[in-house]
Write a protein of this length. Sequence first.
Length: 214
Amino acid sequence: MPRWLKLWGRGKPGLEEQFDVNEERFLIVGLGNPGRKYEKNRHNVGFMAVDRLAAQHGIALGKVQNKALTGNGRIASQPVILVKPQTYMNDSGSAVGPLANYYKVSPANVLVIYDELDLPLGTVRLREKGGAGGHNGMKSIINHLGNDFPRLRLGIGRPPGQMPPAAYVLQDFGQADWPLIADILDEAARAVYTFVSEGIQLAMSRHNGSLENS
């Protein structure tokens, strides 16, 4: 964990002023690894998606809370907490679980965005619930929340040749990939908007698919 985050537990976090105590809330979690050396990695596309949401909706990701960077605001008039765990990928659940509990967000309203090796680059795939599919960050979250929470998988494709997947996900996207990545992040932001405003079923129907050939 970055040294500055060791202060995370010294103050009790509070709800932002714009959240009414009785309002239904959504936790939107992007997975990745903290630190500049990881920021353009394939494994960090979940972080990138949350950054895109924050920029589009004017939400500042400036609070250090329960081992995560968080920002509270609204998307489609719904109260949301954007979350980037700072635990490193494999321990993401130790940040997400306590945050969901603190904000009293049900698993059905916790949307986790992450990279998917088994989907081609350019593919966006929402699911209502499921297993980890070999993703260590998701395994950690499932250990804290169970399986019944929605997820938004962003395809990064399989590694070339005999390259180990662990090495591939920790490489930066290629220069030629970035225009498509920008489109994927925009589509992910639209999918989150639909999810919080109209539900997971419509979000799946509207946004699941490939952008590569569109």
